[in-house]
Every structure is written in structure tokens, then in C-alpha cells.
Design a binder for this molecule. Structure first.
Ligand code: IPE
Ligand code: IPE
Ligand code: MG
Length: 237
């Protein structure tokens, strides 16, 4: 399946089920996360092959800090490893990498690696890979609202100018189109604070398989099924 879509296609994925994948194999949760990172490499490759223009991956939520200290630390070190090991390949494959979420709570080494990867890949155009790290939709909306409030206070923006388009401009996703399709693995039917503003007209696909078992064929099947959907956006067609 090569470039089956003739225009922008933004796929966003809630990569869930790493812990359960590990549990059922009597492995530590972190082994599941490592296997999950491996899946990311494959799905990025497949996205390029399938003509997906934007891929957004939910890697760590604002609520995930509630997990054990060792799991959080393990995840943070996996993010660093991923950036270090993938940078060159992402650059040569034409992938532009962006990060969304609140960076202020992340450790400085990780922030540096994130900034460097964004700068390194900024001119790439084949695929925009956005990684949501310490991302929460409500947190994003509150941060945008605070920015807007300060602009209004300074007289740089007037209340009547605040439209959905203007509001979107203050979100972390300002330069991204809204997601067309949101996939969640692991059989949970919820969005867990992922892109609430941007997803109002997104299509959803919930799949039972855990993220480390999500493969290219499953991805392809979901994209094919999505292609056949009738998106009406409130219109009568
Ligand atoms: C998703 O897998 C990865 C992150 C949230 C960081 P989980 O770690 O949530 O796996 P389950 O849901 O416990 O199986
Ligand atoms: C959502 O998964 C966050 C990520 C995939 C990073 P969670 O496992 O944190 O979601 P809940 O807690 O089951 O809703
Ligand atoms: Mg989970």
C-alpha cells in the first residue's frame, strides 16, 4: 500500500498496553516499554511507506507522573535513548520531529536532546512526527488560555478577536492539522486527556492488541478501513 492518500493525513496514536504486554510474559513493565519503543521505529517507517504525512504519538501523559518513581525514570531514560539512537535515521528519512506537552517538568538533558532533534530535522517534509511528552489536553488548554489572557492584559489581543482559529494558534499543536484518525491500542475505550480540542472531528479506531504487538499489517488494515469512512463534518452529503 503506497501513498493511498492524496492529501494530508494526520494519524495520532495512544500507544497503550506496554505494561500488560510485559505482565503476561512475567517481565518487568520497563521491558514492555522498551518493546514499545521498538514498535515506534516500525510504525514511523510504515507511516512513511503509507503516505501518512503527520504522525502524533502519545508517549507520556501529565497523569503518568503518578506511576512509581522507577517506572517514570525508566521511561525518561528510554526517551533519551530513543532520541540518541534514532536522530540520524529520522533526519535521513525526511522526518521532521516536534514535541508537544509541558517541557518545564522534564530533566534538562532530555529537554536539550528534544530541542536539538527539532532543530536538526526542521527542514524535513516527508513526515511530521510529533511526540506528546508530558502532554495533557487540559494542561495544554490552560497554558494556552493563560497566554491569551496575558496578551489581552497587555492590549495585544482584544477579546472579540478570540475565535477557534486564534485559540488554536496558542496551543502546542498550532502548526499541525487536526488529527484525521486516532488509534488506541490495548482495548481501552477512552482518550485519557489526548488532544481534546483537536479531536472534535477525528475518527477513532480502538484495537484490542497491546502496543508492543501492534504491527504494520494491523496499521495498514486500520488505514484501509478509515479510507472508506464517510466524514461529514456536520454537513449533509
Ligand atoms: C502505555 O503503556 C505507555 C505509557 C503510558 C507510558 P502502559 O504503561 O499504560 O501499559 P498498561 O496500560 O499498564 O498495560
Ligand atoms: C495513555 O495511557 C497515555 C499514554 C499512552 C502515554 P494510560 O495508560 O496512561 O491511560 P489510562 O490511565 O489507562 O487512562
Ligand atoms: Mg495504560
Amino acid at each position: 500500500m503506497n501513498n493511498i492518500f492524496d492529501k494530508n493525513l494526520h494519524v495520532a496514536i495512544i500507544m497503550d498496553g506496554n505494561g500488560r504486554w510485559a505482565n503476561t510474559r512475567a517481565l518487568a513493565r520497563l521491558k514492555g516499554h522498551a518493546k514499545g519503543a521498538d514498535r515506534v521505529r516500525h510504525i514511523v517507517r510504515s507511516s512513511l511507506d503509507f503516505g501518512v504525512t503527520h504522525l502524533t504519538l502519545f508517549a507520556f501523559s501529565t497523569e503518568n507522573w503518578k506511576r512509581s518513581e522507577s517506572e517514570v525514570a525508566g521511561l525518561m531514560s528510554l526517551f533519551k535513548q530513543y532520541i540518541k539512537s534514532e536522530s540520524k535515521k529520522l533526519l535521513s528519512n525526511g522526518v521532521k520531529v516536534l514535541f508537544i506537552g509541558d517541557r518545564s517538568r522534564l530533566d534538562s538533558k532530555l529537554i536539550t536532546l528534544m530541542n536539538e532533534l527539532e532543530v536538526l530535522t526542521k527542514n524535513n517534509v516527508s513526515l511530521t512526527l510529533t511526540i506528546a511528552l508530558n502532554y495533557g489536553g487540559r494542561d495544554e488548554i490552560i497554558r494556552a488560555t493563560k497566554l491569551i489572557a496575558s496578551k489581552v492584559k497587555l492590549g495585544e489581543l482584544i477579546e472579540d478577536e478570540i475565535t477557534p482559529e486564534v485559540f488554536s494558534f496558542y496551543l502546542d499543536t498550532s502548526i499541525l492539522p487536526d488529527p484525521d484518525l486516532i488509534i488506541r491500542t490495548s482495548g481501552e475505550y477512552r482518550t485519557s486527556n489526548f488532544l481534546p480540542w483537536q479531536s472534535v472531528y477525528s475518527e477513532y479506531a480502538f484495537v484490542k492488541v497491546t502496543w508492543p504487538d501492534f504491527d504494520t499489517l494491523m496499521y495498514k488494515n486500520i488505514l484501509e478501513e478509515f479510507k472508506a469512512r464517510d466524514r461529514r463534518f456536520g454537513l449533509v452529503k
